[in-house]
Design a binder for this molecule. Structure first.
Ligand code: NAD
Length: 299
């Protein structure tokens, strides 16, 4: 029987701070396939996430299909806006949510992974994070600072992760990030430079696949997912409208579920997909293929 087998592999999923987003669903799918999973979690949300885990509030979500409980080998603090501590402004360093976390930058994460597992201790890296401080502003009204912050956290961080973590990976290493159709088509209201960040993320997926493939032999792909009411998506303000519009106008008239993304991610990150790199794979019930809204009343 053909199955996704990730036993003996170690994954880092960056961008998990609750059980509601794509990162969690991907972590779970990887664990279901036998991988060992470490997380990178944003310091402002890390404390709440740790409490949820300690107090048993997400036990049901942690339960795997064979009855095992998903365990996280490590949960590292990670603020993907920063490559090195020298880049971090004093007010953030002093912030109570950051203060005790040590080096929470991408370099810090890399050092911790190397100290914990050595070179050749990693197989899979998932970038499942995004942030745009002005996401509710139309692009045309977005400040330079807001735009650059969106692209820095949501797109540049993926480049920095590939550069820093690819050298730690075993043969067959694979990277994956999460994109959205707003990088290609207009989604009114998806503002603050997030559409630009997704366009950059997708273009970078192709270039990184070439450069990192030649330099380190790793694969780099992205999933363009349909809308899902995660915490981040809810912050945009009209996620339910996006979900109902998309399901009403897709070839498969259903809402996507986070597990749809988790399953595709597990495949793309597995040896079964060893010839797939530089691809942006739609997990959207086919919505991307449509050129017109479905007239009301049609089948
Ligand atoms: P989510 O809230 O589960 O994930 C976003 C994560 O980003 C959170 O854990 C948050 O703490 C983290 N984060 C924010 N700023 C960060 C920073 N500076 N450093 C490190 N982490 C930071 O929401 P999600 O919707 O599952 O988002 C995951 C990815 O999926 C994002 O890239 C998002 O754009 C993408 N995506 C989401 C949808 C959707 O409809 N939900 C659709 C397509 C793509």
């Amino acid at each position: 029987m053909l199955s996704i087998d990730l036993s003996g592999k170690r994954a880092l999923v960056a961008g998990v701070s609750d059980d509601a987003g794509f990162g969690f669903a991907i972590a779970k799918a990887l664990a279901e396939a036998g991988a060992t999973v470490c997380l990178g979690s944003w310091p402002p949300a890390l404390g709440i996430f740790t409490k949820l885990l300690e107090r048993g509030k997400i036990e049901d979500s942690l339960r795997l299909s064979d009855g095992r409980r998903m365990e996280f080998e490590r949960i590292y603090p990670l603020d993907a806006a920063f490559d090195a501590m020298a880049d971090v402004p004093a007010d953030i360093k002093e912030n109570k949510r950051y203060k005790e976390q040590g080096d929470f930058t991408i370099n810090g994460l890399t050092d911790r992974l190397r100290a914990d597992f050595g070179d050749g201790g990693l197989d899979i890296v998932v970038h499942s994070l995004a942030n745009a401080p002005e996401v509710r502003s139309p692009l045309v009204d977005t400040s330079r600072q807001g735009y650059l912050a969106a692209v820095s956290v949501s797109a540049y961080s993926n480049i920095a992760l590939v550069r820093s973590l690819a050298p730690l990976m075993r043969e067959g290493g694979a990277f994956l990030s999460l994109s959205y159709m707003a990088g290609e088509r207009v989604i009114p209201g998806y503002g603050g430079g997030m559409s630009s960040a997704k366009a950059a993320l997708e273009a970078d997926t192709r270039t990184l696949a070439f450069e990192a493939g030649r330099r380190w032999g790793v694969r780099v792909n992205a999933i363009s997912a349909g809308p899902w009411a995660s915490r981040a998506a809810t912050a945009i303000g009209f996620i339910q409208t996006m979900i109902s519009y998309t399901s009403a106008n897709s070839p498969l008239p259903r809402c996507i579920e986070a597990t749809d993304v988790g399953g595709t991610a597990a495949f793309l990150l597995s040896p079964l997909a060893r010839a797939i790199t530089g691809s942006v794979v739609y997990v959207d019930n086919g919505y991307h293929a449509m050129g017109m809204a479905v007239p009301e009343g049609s089948a």
